[in-house]
Design a protein around this ligand. Sequence first.
Ligand code: PAF
Length: 286
Amino acid sequence: MFVAELIRETREMTESWRKQGYSIGFVPTMGYLHEGHISLIKKARQENDRVVVSVFVNPTQFGPNEDFDKYPRNFERDREICEKAGVDLLFAPSVHEMYPAKNLVFVNISELGDGLCGAKRPGHFQGVCTVVTKLFNIVLPDKAYFGEKDAQQLAIIRRMTKDLNFNIQIVPCPTVRDQDGLALSSRNAYLSEVERKAALVIPRSLQAARQAILSGERDAAQIIQLIREMITAEPLAAIDYIEVVDGETLKPVSRIDGPVLVAVAVFIGKTRLIDNFWYKEGSACS
Ligand code: PAF
């Protein structure tokens, strides 16, 4: 595995692969890799001749009072995981390499970025779209892999790819969960043992909501209320949002008639966790 800190080296390597006719799969990450990331890498490994992973904690997607400084980092461990998973190129640039001067141009998304996490984290998706655009332009992959846990991010990246004509196929990958149901996230590392247990209220409440929909409940307010009651009963949990949104527009719905995304953001102590599930007629998957 080649480790590149420079954009120039990454470009040279991926360009030589393209010239040889190799397909390139790309997994952008912020590091502190877990089984969720590994599942994206595995899928990329299966579907491409060459696999590139980036590890970059992107400052422009964190708000001023968010956790950029304390976001968990362990490059040596990430490097080993990538090597073991068969990654060909690990791109791990410094902040200066990615943002050598003040950025004057940003990529913005309207509407899809307005609700859910976009409403709670102003500027977040502008930072995500900008860095993903930069990474796409550096790596020029054929396919890029994103987890469904970040459902809004995935919808936005898909739309950005379409609207800006990136010649890249976006591949969604299912959320990976611990055995007890908690969705894997690098931020789970912040949780104390007690908080880790309390966090289980999130997948439990979503599971109950899914059951209610499968049993015929179509009123979004009832679904939200059911989740709210369960989460409120957990003293360490504080709701940031609970929403039932249209699967296409991500706008809140009052009735569940077509595909919907049921999404929550919950603080467990100081740690903000997100989770969701999709409901499409006749099936509900997470
Ligand atoms: O999902 C993430 O880890 C990040 O938002 C991404 C896509 C790597 C952009 O920094």
